[in-house]
Design a protein around this ligand. Structure first.
Ligand SMILES: [Zn+2]
Length: 286
């Protein structure tokens, strides 16, 4: 069929109008998918607290509970804030907070400058792989006795990943769906390294600075993990209670756009989005 110029013009105009209708819809959909990347929100935020401090039980958890937020608490069995207050941690777990594995004795690499505080017996340089894995597994048994759970995330003590001179990351991979590191990085859904999840160490930053990180995560549609130790004291790595509260206030005020959840829930979500398995498939394929 031969089309006249007029017919061709008419068809072109019709196509053009159709595209004008369809294209914005495509762009809106793409933008909507971006914004909905994290459980229908712009970004995900995990609030993680290390080393089982008393202040976590006495101040942080009441603050989180008052706003309906759930955090992740990385516990080492021998820290007094855990060993002397096991009943309190049982209550915390019942409220839905994650109790994360941070080993039994918190071994770290002790030969680097600034690591003079590492006790020789708990220096990772003298650990065998067997000893490290035994310790991590027994910490899982201990935590299961507290919260009844068999799935949780791990945090590398001091961010170190060598036992002796060998990486223990592959063993962590067999035991956990994900593990938090200490590198200050934000990653998108597709980029998150589940066995070295980035985290921003909080030490002395203002509430405004912490909120700035959240705004950056919202703009980039990424996962942001905060790594707290002391909150209002009890640790040399510390943030004031006031600045911590400011951060929580911002998260609450923007909760329709920010998904705040324990890291284990976020890891589950990432796995589901990537392969549809979530945590149904046990870590390590066992
Ligand atoms: Zn620690």
């Amino acid at each position: 069929m031969k089309l006249s110029f007029r017919d061709r013009s008419f068809r072109a105009a019709t196509w053009c109008r159709a595209l004008l209708v369809v294209l914005p819809a495509v762009f809106v959909r793409a933008e909507g998918q971006e914004k909905a990347a994290w459980h229908g929100r712009k970004c995900a935020v995990a609030l993680t607290y290390d080393d089982g401090l008393n202040v976590h039980l006495d101040s942080v958890i009441p603050a989180l509970d008052s706003l309906g937020f759930k955090g992740t608490f990385y516990l080492s069995g021998f820290f007094p804030g855990f060993s002397r207050r096991v009943k309190d941690w049982i209550s915390v777990a019942k409220e839905g907070h994650e109790l994360g594995n941070h080993t039994l004795f918190h071994p770290c690499e002790g030969r680097s400058p600034g690591r003079e505080w590492v006790k020789p017996d708990y220096d990772l340089n003298v650990y065998t792989m067997r000893r490290m894995v035994d310790e991590i597994q027994m910490a899982n048994t201990l935590l299961e006795a507290v919260d009844g759970k068999t799935v949780r995330t791990f945090a590398y003590p001091c961010g170190d990943r060598l036992a002796g001179d060998s990486s223990y990351v592959d063993r962590v991979r067999e035991l956990f769906p994900g593990a938090r590191g200490v590198e200050g990085k934000m990653e998108g859904l597709k980029e998150v390294d589940l066995y070295n999840v980035g985290a921003y160490m909080v030490s002395g930053q203002s509430g405004e600075r912490l909120i700035g990180l959240v705004k950056e995560a919202m703009a980039k549609n990424v996962l942001l993990v905060f790594l707290f130790h002391g909150v209002g004291g009890e640790h040399s790595l510390n943030v004031s209670s006031c600045d911590h509260r400011k951060l929580l206030g911002f998260l609450k005020a923007n909760e329709e756009e920010i998904w705040v959840a324990p890291l284990v829930d976020i890891v589950r979500f990432v796995r589901e989005e990537r392969n549809g398995h979530g945590l149904q498939e046990p870590p390590g394929g066992k």
